[in-house]
Design a protein around this ligand. Structure first.
Ligand SMILES: [Zn+2]
Length: 269
């Protein structure tokens, strides 16, 4: 599943490749992905020019002249830029540009979504309205206020996109390792200092992952020829049985909040 750094990498790559392109046609081969009337969607976006590509949380925002298209890749969504090649069976939405280029949305699981919103005030509209703040925009006091009464394990809280957006399983494990906090600690037992450290650690982890183009492991390989390199920098995630890079103790894998979680039990309390 693409996480925030992977989505950011996709956004940056798309921006380099298709900014200022004008849409000449849209072919919708699997309508359920489009959360809008199919014909109206087509009529709205044809002849619109791609002014900008932004991101909020894991949503990619295509800013057109009068509308924005908000896309979520979910489990397996990816983009390809092609011209006249035959359609792959997993290419469900094809945006044709006047230049001859095509942006193809490819999704084996078909869980991805596209919303069409008016350009004015789109950030206040669903689905963007319910996305929590990313670590870089999150005020430390606000974060502490949100977590300090919670009886859930801290890992579950960090995975909750309404509280903090952008941390998936990989980056939560890495954040907790940097902050030296065990994933099963109950959130209300986290001190203010530790909460501050968590926000700082999350920022550091995401910044570094974005710089390295995200993480390429298991199920998700980014499209557009981009391979993330953050997997080489992982301290604990997927490293069970290997020595902790700080203390040398073996990293273990446990289950927390329903997710496989990697921990150094000596460093993380
Ligand atoms: Zn350790």
């Amino acid at each position: 599943m693409p996480e925030l750094p992977e989505v950011e990498t996709v956004r940056q790559t798309l921006k380099l490749k298709i900014l200022n392109q004008t849409i000449s046609d849209v072919i919708i081969r699997y309508p359920n992905i489009v959360k809008y009337d199919e014909l109206e969607f087509k009529n709205s976006v044809i002849n619109q020019t791609l002014e900008d590509i932004k991101r909020k949380g894991k949503y990619i925002i295509f800013v057109l002249d009068q509308f924005v298209m908000v896309m979520h890749l979910r489990m397996e969504g990816k983009f390809f830029i092609k011209t006249t090649e035959p359609y792959d069976k997993h290419e469900h939405i094809i945006f044709k540009f006047k230049s001859g280029l095509e942006l193809r949305y490819h999704d084996v699981r078909k869980f991805g979504t596209i919303h069409l919103l008016p350009k004015d005030g789109y950030e206040q509209l669903y689905p963007l309205s319910v996305v929590g703040k990313e670590p870089k925009d999150l005020d430390q006091n606000e974060f502490y206020k949100k977590i300090h009464l919670s009886k859930r394990p801290i890992k579950a809280v960090l995975l909750d996109q309404h509280i903090i957006s952008g941390l998936g399983n990989i980056y939560v494990d890495e954040t907790l390792f940097l902050a030296k906090i065990h994933p099963e600690r109950l959130a209300y037992k986290i001190t203010k200092n530790e909460a501050d450290l968590l926000v700082e650690s999350a920022k550091q982890v995401l910044d570094k992952a974005i710089k390295l183009g995200g993480t390429t492991i298991r199920s998700y390989t980014s499209s557009l020829g981009v391979h993330g390199r953050f997997q080489n920098e992982l301290n604990v995630h997927t490293r069970q049985g290997l020595p902790c890079p700080v203390c040398g103790m073996k990293i273990i894998k446990i289950r927390v909040a329903g997710r496989g979680s990697y921990v150094c039990t000596r460093c993380q309390n």
